[in-house]
Design a binder for this molecule. Structure first.
Ligand SMILES: *[C@@H]1O[C@H](CO)[C@@H](O)[C@H](O)[C@H]1NC(C)=O
Ligand SMILES: *[C@@H]1O[C@H](CO)[C@@H](O)[C@H](O)[C@H]1NC(C)=O
Ligand SMILES: *[C@@H]1O[C@H](CO)[C@@H](O)[C@H](O)[C@H]1NC(C)=O
Ligand SMILES: *[C@@H]1O[C@H](CO)[C@@H](O)[C@H](O)[C@H]1NC(C)=O
Ligand SMILES: *[C@@H]1O[C@H](CO)[C@@H](O)[C@H](O)[C@H]1NC(C)=O
Ligand SMILES: *[C@@H]1O[C@H](CO)[C@@H](O)[C@H](O)[C@H]1NC(C)=O
Ligand SMILES: CC(=O)N[C@H]1CO[C@H](CO)[C@@H](O)[C@@H]1O
Length: 341
């Protein structure tokens, strides 16, 4: 606490007010009992860094990005969850979810591309201002639908903020896709350690800055598996995925989980791994090779323990802070942690 004495209370309060200390998560249901054709709520007002979680309930809907001018047509390069059918008899869940990370304050327009739904007003918006009624009216007035046309490139790397579900728990035998947000504020994979079954996929969704997901090993957390493997394993590597601060669609990279052995990975952008930007699937938390041990080893082997206080000087004015847009978020997070102690 001593080191904060030099800061005025006023400055501290300003700092706290300017920062999303905890980013918000908005819950939106898609469809529901009785076959209602709506998103509930139909709008949210969100800040950069916030997350909108869509929960797919009864019937067979999508969460698909459109534009204000064409409410019922897919936006070029926009995201699309695909159809998520939920039988009427499934009243208690589990329900699939899709998540959208808010990166700026621009409106995001969304519709359901199930035949006829958009035209019946099944639309949603993030940060619409006062434009939502006009958006919905345009959706309902448009009789020439394009909602039955499959969108051009559902697997394009540009697609996919809300693509299928981080926490898929479909009642069938289908495998799960685990969605991992890469960067976009904290220098981290979120979540950073998961359990996945053989047959599952892990989709890394790259947010702001310029990151990779690259396979390594427990013993050498910050080196490509190919360079350390005694058995000639190559390992996966997404390559660098630069994402600008203003981008609202995020490239993805998907790996297949083939067995239950641990998968270790890191970001090979300069200095990121040494700051703990590592990921594990199926780490045995009860063993010495836990995720925590892996992360600690990355910091120990590739970290610098030089302090980073100089970086904050010019950036603590109110409103200057944007998670995802600058490199200072972790520093501010550390400051806030310090305050809390
Ligand atoms: C109506 O549909 C047509 C054809 O799909 C599309 O070009 C037009 O932009 C749509 N208008 C609105 C207001 O959705
Ligand atoms: C969900 O809707 C899509 C588009 O109408 C359709 O192709 C698909 O078969 C539906 N799925 C189920 C399980 O009804
Ligand atoms: C981590 O340190 C090792 C050994 O110095 C080095 O070979 C490796 O390139 C470093 N990794 C990163 C991501 O900087
Ligand atoms: C992303 O990072 C890599 C490695 O540091 C660099 O070579 C590349 O130019 C960067 N791309 C952009 C668009 O910043
Ligand atoms: C799983 O197997 C496929 C096909 O052999 C391979 O391309 C992929 O890299 C494997 N996944 C992992 C995590 O090793
Ligand atoms: C890094 O940590 C070591 C051990 O705690 C310490 O001796 C060294 O002075 C530190 N270096 C810096 C630059 O802080
Ligand atoms: C260090 C870390 O992030 N550990 C997490 C690993 O996953 C478990 C279960 O999700 C979390 O509880 C830990 O915090």
């Amino acid at each position: 606490m001593m080191s904060f004495k030099s800061l005025s209370l006023c400055a501290l309060l300003g700092l706290l007010a300017a920062l999303p200390v905890k980013s918000a998560v908005f819950q939106v249901t898609v469809g529901g009992p009785g076959g209602i054709i709506q998103y509930n709520p139909s709008t949210v007002t969100a800040q950069p860094g916030d997350t909108v979680t869509f929960t797919f309930m009864q019937k067979n809907h999508t969460v698909t990005q459109s534009t204000f001018n064409s409410p019922c047509s897919p936006a070029p390069g926009g995201f699309d969850s695909g159809f998520v059918p939920v039988p009427d008899i499934n009243t208690n869940g589990p329900f699939q979810e899709a998540q959208f990370q808010v990166v700026d304050q621009n409106p995001v327009w969304i519709y359901c591309r199930q035949v006829g739904h958009c035209q019946r007003g099944m639309v949603f918006a993030i940060n619409p201002g006062n434009q939502f009624p006009a958006f919905q009216a345009a959706a309902m007035g448009n009789t020439t639908t394009s909602s039955t046309v499959p969108i051009a490139s559902p697997t394009s790397p540009a697609v996919s903020s809300a693509a299928p579900p981080a926490t898929s728990t479909a009642p069938s035998t289908t495998s799960n896709d685990h969605r991992i947000i890469v960067g976009g504020g904290p220098l981290a994979f979120q979540p950073s350690n998961i359990t996945a079954q053989p047959g599952d996929t892990i989709t890394f969704e790259f947010h702001q800055k310029n990151h990779t997901v690259t396979q390594s090993s427990f013993a050498a957390p910050c080196q490509e598996l190919a360079s350390t493997s005694a058995s000639g394993q190559v390992g996966f590597d997404s390559g660098f995925m630069p994402v600008a601060a203003t981008d609202t669609t995020f490239p993805t990279f998907t790996i297949q989980v083939n067995d239950t052995s641990p998968i270790w990975a890191y970001c090979r952008q300069t200095a990121h791994c040494g700051q703990g930007m590592v990921f594990a699937a199926n780490a045995n938390e009860a063993s010495p090779k836990s995720f925590e041990a892996f992360e600690a080893l990355a910091k120990q082997l590739n970290g610098t323990n030089s302090t980073s206080t100089s970086a904050t000087g010019s950036n603590n004015g109110a409103g200057a802070v944007r998670f995802g847009g600058t490199g200072i978020a972790p520093v501010f997070a550390a400051l806030l942690l310090g305050l809390a102690l």
